[in-house]
Ligand binder design. Structure first.
Ligand code: NAG
Ligand code: NAG
Ligand code: NAG
Ligand code: NAG
Ligand code: NAG
Ligand code: NAG
Ligand code: NAG
Ligand code: NAG
Ligand code: NAG
Ligand code: NAG
Ligand code: NAG
Ligand code: NAG
Length: 531
C-alpha cells in the first residue's frame, strides 16, 4: 500500500509533466570548467573543400562569428577521405576525387591544393589537418610528404596534425590486419611523428604544429555500436603510454548520437531525441573518463568530429531548429564536463551541414546553396562566449530536465556573468517548414495544437538588485522549422552568408533578492548577461 508521502510525490510528479521548472536557483558551490571562445568549430571533409571554396558563404559566416568572439572558429580538414588522400605532384589538376566526391575511394591532390584553402578562412583561424595514416607503405611516405606540403602552404595557421581518421574502423576497411589496437597504433604513431618532428622543415618552423592524437569513432560505453573489436579510447591509449605533453596538445574522439549508417539505428532516428537534454546527457557523459584521461596526460579532450546523425545526417532532423537548440545545449554541456572544443562536420552535400556552398541535384531534388537552422545555434553560442577568453562554465543542477537545461558562465574570479537557459520542449510550427537548401520531401507536416506555451521564469541569482541585464534569444517558429530562425532578429542572407540587421537586445533589471523574471517560450534559448 502506498504511504501518504509517496502519493504526494506522485501528485508533484504528475504536475511537473505539464512543463519544466520555472523557479530556478543558482547554487553557490558549482564546480566550473573552461569555456574557450572557439568551443564551437567545424570539420570539413577533404573532398568537399573545393566546393566550399567556390562560395563566400562559409567565409562570411565565419567572419560574423569571429567579429563577436574575437577568435575565429577552428576548422579541421579531415574525415574519411583524409585516409584516401594521396599527393601526386605531377597530376594535371590540383585535386580530383575518384570516382566522384560522393563515392570517393581516392582523393588525389598536388601540393598546390593546400594553397587553395590557406587564405579562405578569417585571419587567426586555427587549422587542423588529418594526415593519411591508412597508407603504411614506405614508412608512411604519403603522410610525411603531406605534412611538409601542408605546412609549407599554411605556415603558423596549421596548429595541429591528426594521424589518420577514425582508426578504430581500420580493420573493417581492410586498412589494418587483425590485432590492430592500441599497441600497434602507438608504435606507428611514434614512427610517423618522429619522422615529422626530426625533419628540417619542422625543426625550422617558428610555431611547429602539434598533434591531435586519438581520433577514434566508436562511443566508449556502447559496445553494440563498436564497428571493430579493439581497445581504442583515450583511457586505454594514454594508459598504454601515449603521453607526450610537449607534442600532443589534444586527444580526439568523435560523437554522433544518431546514425543512418545501418538499419538498426536508421529505425531509431527521431528529431525528439535531439530535443531531449536527458538523452544528450547519456550521450555526452560517457566521455567524462576520456576527459580525465586526456587531462592526466597533460592535454585536452575534444570531440574532433561530431554532428547529429552519422553517415551524412538526416534532413528533417539534422537541419531543423530543433537541431539548432540541440547544438547549443550540446556545446555548452560538453564544455561543462571539460570537452573544450567540438568540430561539427561539413560536406557540401551532407544533410547535416550547417551551410552548403553550391547548388546540386540530390535525391531527385534541386537544392540551393544556403544556410540551415543549426548555424544560428553557433551564432547564439558566439554571444555566450563573447567578451573574454577567460570564461568558465557550469551546468546548473537546478535546470537539468529532459526538456530544459541551464548554464552559468563565470569570470576568472568565479563571479557569475551570464546565464543560458535552453527550453527543449517540442513545439511544431506551421510556418518556416521549408528551406531551399534542404530536401522538401522532409518538410514537416506535424503541427502542434493550441497556443505555444510560454514559461514565466523566476531565477534567483547572486546579482545585485537593480543591476541591468541584456537578453538575447535564439528564436524559431518551432522545433520542426527549417527557416525563419533568428538570434534576436539577426538573420543571414541565404545566398551570401552576410549578416542582416543588428541584435535587438532586450533588457531586464534584477529584482529584490537577486530574482530575475523573464519569459521563455517553448523551444527557445535565452542568454542573460550582466551589462
Ligand atoms: C520560488 O523560490 C523562492 C525562493 O527559493 C520561494 O520562496 C518560492 O516559494 C518559490 N516559488 C514557487 C512557485 O515554487
Ligand atoms: C554543493 O552543495 C550541495 C549542498 O550542500 C551538495 O549537495 C553538492 O554536492 C555541492 N556541489 C559541489 C560541486 O560541491
Ligand atoms: C563586425 O561588427 C561591427 C560592429 O557591430 C559591424 O559594424 C561589422 O559590420 C561587423 N562585420 C561583420 C563582417 O560582420
Ligand atoms: C589530365 O590527365 C588525364 C590522364 O592522366 C587526362 O585524361 C585528362 O584529360 C587530363 N586533363 C587535362 C585538363 O589536361
Ligand atoms: C599495412 O597496411 C595493410 C593494408 O594496406 C595492412 O594489411 C597491414 O596490416 C598494415 N601493416 C601494419 C604493420 O600495420
Ligand atoms: C619506422 O619503421 C621502419 C620499419 O620498421 C624503420 O625502418 C624506421 O627506422 C622507423 N622510423 C622511425 C623514425 O622510427
Ligand atoms: C626556415 O624558415 C625560414 C623562415 O621561416 C625560411 O625562410 C627557410 O626557407 C626555412 N628553411 C627550411 C630548411 O625549411
Ligand atoms: C580498454 O581496454 C580494455 C582492456 O583491453 C578493454 O576491455 C576495453 O574494452 C577497452 N575500452 C574500449 C573503449 O575499447
Ligand atoms: C545517444 O542516446 C540515445 C538515447 O539514449 C541512444 O539511443 C544512442 O545510442 C546514444 N548515442 C551515442 C553515440 O551515445
Ligand atoms: C529518384 O527517382 C527515381 C526514378 O523515379 C527513383 O527510382 C528513385 O527511387 C528516386 N530516389 C529518391 C531518393 O527518391
Ligand atoms: C543532470 O542529471 C543527470 C541525470 O540525473 C545527472 O547525472 C547529472 O549529474 C545532472 N547534472 C547536473 C549539473 O546536476
Ligand atoms: C490536434 O487536434 C486535432 C483535432 O482535434 C487532432 O486530430 C490531432 O490529433 C491533434 N494533434 C496533436 C499533435 O495533438
Amino acid at each position: 500500500m502506498m504511504a501518504r508521502h509517496e502519493l504526494f510525490l506522485l501528485v508533484i510528479a504528475s504536475i511537473k509533466v505539464a512543463g519544466h521548472s520555472t523557479n530556478i536557483s543558482i547554487p553557490s558551490n558549482l564546480s566550473t570548467r573552461v569555456l574557450v571562445p572557439d568551443v564551437y568549430g567545424y570539420s570539413m571533409e577533404p573532398v568537399w573543400v573545393d566546393d566550399y571554396l567556390k562560395s563566400d558563404i562559409a567565409s562570411n559566416l565565419m567572419h560574423a562569428i569571429a567579429n563577436i568572439t574575437q577568435k575565429p572558429a577552428p576548422f579541421r580538414v579531415g574525415g574519411n577521405t583524409a585516409d584516401q588522400t594521396y599527393l601526386h605532384p605531377d597530376q594535371n589538376v590540383t585535386s580530383i576525387a575518384y570516382p566522384d566526391p560522393t563515392n570517393a575511394e581516392t582523393f588525389n591532390i598536388t601540393p598546390a591544393w593546400y594553397d587553395t584553402w590557406a587564405n579562405y578562412f578569417p585571419v587567426g583561424t586555427d587549422l587542423i589537418y588529418t594526415l593519411n595514416l591508412a597508407s603504411n607503405t614506405s614508412n608512411f611516405a604519403t603522410a610525411v610528404a603531406e605534412a611538409e606540403a601542408v605546412h609549407a602552404a599554411l605556415g603558423s595557421k596549421l596548429t595541429l596534425f591528426e594521424l589518420g581518421n577514425e582508426l578504430d574502423h581500420y580493420q573493417s576497411k581492410s586498412w589494418r590486419g587483425p590485432g590492430w589496437g592500441v599497441t600497434e597504433y602507438i608504435a606507428q604513431f611514434a614512427n610517423l611523428t618522429s619522422q615529422i618532428t626530426s625533419s628540417a622543415w619542422y625543426r625550422n618552423a617558428t610555431t611547429p604544429p602539434k598533434i591531435q592524437a586519438g581520433v577514434f569513432a566508436d562511443p566508449p560505453s556502447l559496445p553494440d555500436q563498436q564497428v571493430d573489436q579493439d581497445d581504442f579510447d583515450i583511457v586505454n591509449v594514454t594508459g598504454a603510454g601515449l603521453v607526450d605533453p610537449d607534442l600532443i596538445a589534444t586527444y580526439a574522439m568523435h560523437l554522433y548520437p544518431q546514425s543512418t549508417c545501418e538499419a538498426v539505428r536508421w529505425l531509431r532516428m527521431r528529431l525528439e531525441l535531439l530535443s531531449n537534454h536527458a538523452v544528450l546527457w547519456t550521450n555526452v557523459s560517457q566521455y567524462i573518463p576520456e576527459v580525465a584521461a586526456a587531462e592526466a596526460a597533460g592535454a585536452v579532450f575534444v570531440l574532433g568530429e561530431t554532428n547529429s546523425i552519422s553517415c551524412s545526417g538526416r534532413s528533417g532532423i539534422s537541419d531543423t531548429f530543433g537541431a539548432a537548440l540541440w547544438g547549443v545545449d550540446y556545446a555548452l554541456l560538453a564544455a561543462s564536463i571539460g570537452v573544450q572544443k567540438l568540430a561539427f562536420h561539413l560536406g557540401a552535400q551532407s544533410e547535416y551541414s550547417s551551410f552548403t556552398p553550391v547548388p546540386y541535384e540530390y535525391k531527385n531534388e534541386s537544392l540551393e546553396a544556403g544556410i540551415r537552422a543549426p548555424f544560428y545555434g553557433h551564432y547564439f553560442v558566439a554571444h555566450v562566449v563573447k567578451g573574454s577568453s577567460d570564461w568558465n562554465i557550469a551546468a546548473l543542477p537546478t535546470a537539468n530536465e529532459s526538456d530544459f537545461s541551464g548554464y552559468g558562465v563565470f569570470d576568472a574570479s568565479n563571479a557569475l556573468k551570464k546565464l543560458v537557459f535552453v527550453d527543449l520542449g517540442i513545439w511544431n510550427a506551421s510556418t518556416g517548414l521549408s528551406n531551399p537548401s534542404t530536401l522538401s520531401v522532409t518538410d514537416s507536416t506535424y503541427v502542434s495544437n493550441g497556443t505555444r506555451p510560454v514559461n514565466d521564469m523566476r531565477v534567483t541569482t547572486p546579482w545585485e538588485e537593480g543591476a541591468e541585464l541584456s537578453m538575447l534569444r535564439l528564436n524559431g517558429p518551432g522545433t520542426n522549422a527549417k527557416s525563419d530562425v533568428n538570434v534576436s532578429s539577426v538573420t543571414f542572407d541565404m545566398a551570401t552568408g552576410t549578416k542582416i540587421g543588428e541584435e535587438e537586445e532586450e533588457s531586464v533589471q534584477v529584482g529584490a533578492g537577486g530574482v530575475v523574471a523573464f519569459e521563455l517560450q517553448q523551444a527557445q534559448a535565452v542568454l542573460l548577461e550582466l551589462s
